[in-house]
Design a protein around this ligand. Sequence first.
Ligand code: NAI
Ligand code: MG
Length: 342
Amino acid sequence: MTRGHDDSAAAPVRLARIGGDGIGPEVVDAAVRVVDAVCGDGIEWIDAELGWRAFERTGRALPEATVEALEGCAGALFGAVSSPSHAVDGYRSPIVELRRRMDLYANVRPLRGGAVDAVVVRENTEGLYAGRERWEREGEVAVAERVISRRATERIARFACELAQSRGASRARPPLLTVVHKANVLRVSDGLFRETALDVAAGFPEIEVEEQLVDSMAYRMILEPERYDVIVAPNLYGDILSDAGAALVGGLGVVGSANCGERFCLAEPVHGSAPDIAGRGIANPIAAVSAAALLLERVGLADEAGRVEVALAEHREAGPRTPDRGGDATTEEATADLLRRV
Ligand code: NAI
Ligand code: MG
């Protein structure tokens, strides 16, 4: 779903900004400034809350008012939440709940840096994270069921193929789709994923399609990451591969991701709320700005997204570095450099 964009007459796109906890508000603020510098009046921001502070204030990690506000938006830029490490009565992960309620079925994580230009597309609603866990034999055995449906696999495969197709335009090589599974062992569930994804991909003749077992995929992705383009995987495999991939291209402080549904996109940096550096003004804004570029792309502002991407690439090459990247720049200095470059 990309909406047409007409400079002269277009109504502003309404997006939510959700700082959340820890460094979340610091990096979201930086990203909003970069977006506004590129889009001018093209974006109407509304503020919304979720996370630990929201829980303490309202008793809900995902307040109902937030869900209602988001339903009137095309997407949201979200910072991070702090999750308690011990169980707290009534607290559930607001992001997991939001993914479910807004049916954000595709998790997209671009991996860019050096010669690497790939994107992991992870199925976000089922697999081993379907939440079907139980005890057996009086607590001696724990069982988790893994759910793969034809419908969810079809739509994640179609999403990945359309993405490969649209990326194809800007790449020197023909689009390549890598379908990741373990169908040699999980013959029924991953068998269905494999067969369904390959069927969908057959409808896109211009895309080169290959399949890869998840363990050898982890090996090859680290050995020769530059050969990949779009990688599609069931939930758990995609989760692991996308974190491994983030390490390949510069780490937590620089990678963004987006949770996409048909009508809504929730973009976020890959990192968490970084309580160890919160409030010190030294958080790296790159990951949040990368997430913002993904969001612009998804809501139909592809040219603007491209301008942010170019500024990010220049900034990573030549701009002042925050301490996580070995420099001594502040969030403000890094953001000012990005603002100059857009
Ligand atoms: P983290 O990503 O918050 O921090 C890990 C390390 O990376 C820390 O040393 C931190 O200072 C550094 N770091 C992270 N982002 C950075 C940035 N933008 N600039 C510079 N340095 C950065 O992960 P951690 O420490 O495991 O979790 C902290 C909290 O965040 C926990 O409450 C956790 O539950 C939550 N969390 C939330 C996520 C989300 O909202 N999607 C994702 C991961 C963790
Ligand atoms: Mg993860």
